[in-house]
Design a protein. Structure first.
Length: 144
């Protein structure tokens, strides 16, 4: 029988390698559509680059809160996926990944920025001046 601590840990982690790969593929593709470097997206999300690499490669186990925060950040930038909404609440892994891009909104916000634009300017263009990276506000690990 599972202890309550083991059960809680399982609820916080994504252990299914296919599900982790689905999140990773979605996040990597969406970041590319936005024209963001890994470094820029790390700032938007509030994580280290090694954490983002692990997430984009879909290396299980992944923290569920990290995956969901990344999807939420992308959604607020104008990229959505019914598949990713469904995967949050439905067991199993869908066989297709859909990505919906509000290209008109992106064109007006980020795609016109010159190459080499600083991350903070991209943040302001995508999310507005008051944006706080979700995992800087509520980190995955407690500070020592």
């Amino acid at each position: 029988m599972e202890s309550s601590n083991e059960a809680k840990t399982t609820l916080k982690l994504l252990l299914d390698p296919d599900q982790c790969l689905m999140y990773g593929s979605y996040i990597r593709a969406s970041r590319a559509v936005l024209g963001l470097s890994q470094g820029d997206f790390c700032e938007f999300l509030g994580v280290t680059r090694s954490t983002l690499v692990r997430l984009e490669n879909g290396i299980a186990p992944l923290k569920k809160s990290l995956c969901e925060s990344a999807v939420d950040v992308l959604k607020s930038a104008g990229i959505q996926s019914l598949t990713m909404d469904e995967i949050r609440y439905t067991p199993g892994v869908p066989t297709t990944l859909d990505i919906s891009i509000n290209y008109g909104a992106l064109l007006g916000r980020v795609l016109r920025l010159p190459k080499g634009t600083k991350a903070q300017i991209k943040v302001n263009a995508l999310f507005g001046d008051g944006f706080v990276a979700p995992l800087k506000e509520a980190p995955l690990r407690k500070s020592k």
